[in-house]
Design a protein around this ligand. Structure first.
Ligand code: TRP
Length: 311
């Protein structure tokens, strides 16, 4: 029996190379090896401030990048979270077995609440419960995520336990699947994680054209930490990389790194543009994915409704 892999992607803005390497880079291989579920976590993305008129374009861009990165809808189940209403229903049953104290101690919740004092909505706190519903719905074994999500997967394991103890064996406990990629740091403040929201010049986007990459890398901080960060990127993106070649030659390092990045993402960059023109085809892909996901979710929910005593 193949193991089941599942992961969600939040449409919250342009995808940078750190986002890409954390999870997306693994998709192509995973879908050869496992039963895969990949989805757009659009409900999760509503828990922080956003502009309504920008959301659709963000979703479309994320889908285009996933397809351009080799996600193959014939080999995996690819869908939008909001197309499968059962996720929200399951999250409700989970809300009713999750102690609030478990949610209050989630570090991502605390961080986001501290940064968003004006909008600490209930969804922000319940976010990991919805994530547990996404995961447990499909009996997932492995969840590819960045390290920031590991605590949420532990919560999903707890949720499975709470539910099973109360209502009988129903859900399987998942495990995180972490890549061995080092953290990708900001170009402008190399002690911080790369983040497009802090400073647009600090992050290389997957969609950046070669000139833009060159410009950003040229302006990257070149103090000791900065150079060590660029060397780390070089190891990944420069062919036949040897750190000795760049000793006392920052310009050579920056030029070759920018070139390496431009080459590495060339195919994704071009395919993304093609997918952005194929709205009808994308709708068809999502409709088919939703149909597959829904048939599994409906079966699971029949069982859950019976177990909790509603049916
Ligand atoms: N919270 C995840 C993130 O921000 C996205 C997500 C939602 C997810 N549901 C999921 C990831 C289920 C893995 C499994 O990256």
């Amino acid at each position: 029996m193949k193991k089941t892999i599942l992961t969600g992607f939040q449409p919250t803005g342009a995808i940078h190379i750190g986002n890409y390497l954390a999870v997306m880079a693994g998709i192509r291989q995973q879908q050869e090896q496992y039963d895969c579920y990949f989805f757009i976590a659009d409900w999760h993305s509503l828990t922080v401030d956003y502009k309504v008129e920008e959301k659709r374009a963000m979703i479309k861009d994320l889908i285009a990048i996933l397809l351009a990165s080799g996600l193959d809808p014939e080999k995996c189940v690819f869908f939008r979270q909001s197309d499968i209403l059962e996720h929200a229903e399951l999250a409700w049953y989970f809300n009713c077995v999750t102690p609030i104290s478990f949610l209050e101690r989630m570090t991502q919740y605390k961080d986001k609440a501290a940064k968003n004092v004006k909008n600490i909505n209930a969804g922000l706190m319940l976010y990991p419960v919805l994530m547990a519903a996404d995961i447990l719905m499909y009996d997932s074994d492995l969840i590819p995520v960045g390290v920031d999500q590991v605590q949420h997967i532990e919560l999903a394991r707890d949720t499975a336990k709470f539910f099973n103890n109360r209502f009988g064996e129903t859900f399987k406990a998942p495990e995180p699947l972490l890549t061995d990629m080092p953290k990708i740091m900001s170009l402008t403040e190399p002690t911080k994680k790369m983040s497009k929201s802090d400073n647009p010049k600090s992050a290389i986007l997957v969609a950046d054209e070669p000139e833009v990459i060159m410009e950003k890398i040229k302006k990257a901080t070149a103090d000791e930490v900065g150079i060590s960060n660029l060397l780390g990127l070089g190891k990944k993106f420069i062919k036949n990389f040897d750190a000795a070649d760049y000793k006392d030659n920052n310009l050579k390092l920056k030029t070759e790194l920018a070139q390496g990045l431009a080459d590495y993402f060339a195919e994704i960059r071009e395919k993304r543009k093609e997918w952005l023109t194929k709205d009808a085809e994308i709708e068809k892909i999502l409709a088919k994915g939703a149909e597959k996901a829904r048939s599994i979710a409906q079966k699971k929910m029949d069982d859950v409704r019976r177990k909790v005593g509603l049916k």
